[in-house]
Ligand binder design. Sequence first.
Ligand SMILES: Cc1ncc(C[n+]2csc(CCOP(=O)(O)OP(=O)(O)O)c2C)c(N)n1
Ligand SMILES: [Mg+2]
Length: 280
Amino acid sequence: MALEAIKLSQDEMLAKAKDLRKNIINMTTAAASGHPSSSLSAVEIVTGLYFGGHLRLDPENPGDPNRDRFILSKGHAVPVLYAAMAERGFFSVEETMSLRKLGSPFEGHPNLKRMPGIEASTGSLGQGLSIGVGQALGLRLDGKDSNVFVMIGDGEMGEGQVWEAIAAAAKYKLGNLIAIIDQNGYQQTGATKDVLDLTPFADKIAPFGWHTQTINGNDLGEALQALEVAASVTDRPSVIVSQTQKGFGILPILEETGDLNYHGKPLSSELAEKALAHIG
Ligand SMILES: Cc1ncc(C[n+]2csc(CCOP(=O)(O)OP(=O)(O)O)c2C)c(N)n1
Ligand SMILES: [Mg+2]
């Protein structure tokens, strides 16, 4: 297979998004561990990246130097990444069921030493955008036209290192760098606005010299449109503030539990069954 960006129809992508959601629930419930709600909020953007014509990849040759890169800085949401990679042909959906099992390469956070196709080892929050800046600079030095996409959590935005990376990316006018903030409103210990409110993100990042967009990131059409615009900006870095809901796709089930954050908790088999039925 050659390097290609797969572009499905919007209906096909909506079906993929459902597949991703089901796989996220199945693998975390099987592991009895992991972060389904953090993964679910990001499904539409990740579907858009992998199936909306953005990530030029070759699963047969994951190290192709001309590939585009996706760094999941909020590494605990790795089930969404494994689910997308499985659908894209890096490995089977069945293999992802070994999530968090001893010896499995499907670790609880992305590990580039264990899995081809992972672009950065993340999980220690705050680092992914800096890694992306380095990769974007390197790609430019090498004369490549590859893009680097980095997804950051809204709680993760409280890490000072993210803001250093924002400043550096603007200084170097990294038009090949696209940040996506998954603004799902919650972090580990509660609502992000109560822990450390750095919203509105776009108004804070724009003065550094970034192109900004703010969207409903659980609307696939908006996600696709924003990725299109961001990719067309080549004279400066671009950020998509993706306003989402944590656990999107199974909100009625989370509501039932009385915990809309549901951070770092897998669903019980019983709740997983309900969630899968709800997704349809
Ligand atoms: C440096 C660091 N501190 C703390 C943690 C523990 N931790 C894991 S997930 C999380 C919350 C992250 O919230 P957010 O970035 O909003 O992501 P979400 O789960 O909401 O998508 C925290 C604090 C960590 N992984 N890394
Ligand atoms: Mg969050």
